[in-house]
Design a protein around this ligand. Structure first.
Ligand code: SF4
Ligand code: SF4
Length: 447
């Protein structure tokens, strides 16, 4: 159960995040030049095809929560790639010499205008690509736009501030090894054994600033499940932060650095598995983008907490006490887990093992609606009204199931649900998947 006072303090702190940013003083020419350098380096064969293939059918608009709730044409998904399209058309494509004659060059003002389109009104959820008849990966293009804007010094100040903190001090919102230790000691005081800085372990559990500050119940629950299963695991002070503000901001350098901190710890202890906390973008950062320094694949498995728990249920290792069969629950698929990662059956296996009345949403799984606050949108102060409108689609979807509890497996989604529920006085209970599972662990380990 979250302490709402701590949540409000967190919300208040977010309001001042931007004041901590140290933006680079760049000329307009430098901004455009830097952004274009990124675009040129990132427009490969696949992205070039995506930029040329759009037939302007408009299907993607209907799939996007930001367009759906506003009807504003500027939020059309394909339009978010227009600057990339112009640079590709004028400077890279086979017809560039001709296209230059009638396609306007991009400007610093264009880049500034696109900040809202690729940070505030795009969670890189990927839903638009599910319906695109040409299979265009819009979220990938948006990610390249974020990298371009970051290099141009035009990331939103809130995200820039945290990216600078994580790059420089290695902490996120001031949470480092000392804060982790305080959190671990609090869990130990509750009688939960939490191994910290063990020199060898099969499993490295990583956490996130959000869990350390706000959702300690999720960390406690994961620890209890691992202990129950008899897993040889540890947390490591030098590499526990799964939140990756490189991925969120568009800083590829930080994205690699933040992943390296986790990878180094996993290698140091000889881990066979790294379990990520309930955090969608952490999954994208380490599972899909993580690699060794020489570009080789990681020599250990990376799994999400929901994936690990669901697999243990599917394989018969984890059996749960039967819950209240009259309690109606549903599940919100985090985009980075389900749509991008294919983690669909595992969380459902865990939820069905609870023995409650489980009801899927419509649509569900890879077509489920985004919560509206992912990919850092939750941190943007000016974005609050827009992301709330987007979240209301989610709320209506959950209401239609009649569930009294919505279960989530991403701390960022959980934050956005809590914020939305508070504004709308929505009474549906919002709960973490690992917390639900840990509440129904049998008294003794199952055979
Ligand atoms: S990735 Fe999601 S938020 Fe972004 S444009 Fe597509 S549907 Fe909209
Ligand atoms: S659905 Fe695909 S082809 Fe149609 S407008 Fe969107 S990006 Fe273009």
């Amino acid at each position: 159960m979250i302490d709402m006072n701590v949540f409000k303090q967190f919300q208040e702190a977010i309001k001042h995040l931007g004041d901590m940013a140290q933006p680079e003083a760049l000329t307009d020419e430098q901004r455009v030049s830097r952004a274009k350098a990124v675009m040129h380096s990132k427009i490969d064969r696949h992205l070039a095809m995506d930029l040329e293939a759009c037939v302007n059918c408009g299907y993607c608009s209907e799939a996007c929560q930001f367009y759906q709730r506003t009807g504003d044409a500027k939020y059309t998904p394909t339009r978010k790639l227009d600057l990339l399209r112009r640079v590709h058309s004028r400077e890279i494509s086979a017809l560039a010499p001709i296209k230059r004659l009638f396609t306007r060059d991009i400007t610093a003002q264009d880049l500034e205008a696109w900040q809202e389109l690729v940070y505030d009104s795009c969670t890189e959820c990927g839903r638009c690509s599910m319906v695109c008849p040409m299979g265009i990966n819009i979220a990938r293009g948006v990610s390249v736009m974020r990298e371009s804007l970051f290099e141009a010094g035009l990331a939103p100040l809130e995200i820039m501030a945290v990216a600078q903190e994580q790059t420089g001090r290695g902490t996120v919102f001031g949470v480092g090894p000392a804060e982790l230790l305080t959190c671990v000691e609090a869990l130990r005081a509750q009688g939960i054994p939490v191994p910290l800085d063990e020199p060898r372990a099969d499993v490295l559990l990583v956490s996130t600033v959000i869990d350390v500050l706000l959702f300690q119940d999720a960390l406690a629950a994961t620890a209890r499940i691992l202990n129950h299963l008899g897993v040889n695991w540890t947390l490591r002070s030098a590499g526990f932060e799964a939140a990756n503000f490189g991925l969120l901001s568009g800083s590829e350098t930080l994205q690699k650095l933040a992943s390296k901190r986790l990878i180094d710890e996993a290698l140091a202890i000889g881990a066979k598995t790294v379990i990520l906390p309930e955090c969608g973008h952490a999954y994208a950062a380490l599972r899909w983008e993580g690699q060794l320094e020489d570009g080789q694949p990681l020599p250990f498995e990376v799994v999400a907490a929901a994936e690990f728990v669901g697999r243990a249920v599917q394989q018969g290792q984890l059996k749960l006490q039967p819950g209240d069969a009259s309690q109606k629950i549903t599940y919100h698929d985090a985009c980075k887990l389900a749509r991008h990662g294919g983690v669909i059956e595992e969380p459902r296996a865990a939820l069905k093992a609870l023995g409650m009345n489980y009801q899927d949403t419509t649509p569900t799984a890879e077509l489920n609606w985004c919560c509206g606050g992912g990919s850092g949108a939750f941190l943007l102060n000016r974005d609050a009204p827009l992301r709330h409108k987007a979240w209301q689609i989610k709320k209506e979807q959950i209401n239609a199931t009649g569930a009294d509890t919505v279960v989530v497996s991403c701390a960022s989604c959980r934050l956005n649900f809590i914020e939305g529920a508070e504004i709308d006085e929505w009474s549906t209970h919002i709960e973490s998947l690992v917390v639900m599972v840990a509440q129904q662990l049998p008294a003794k380990p199952t055979a």
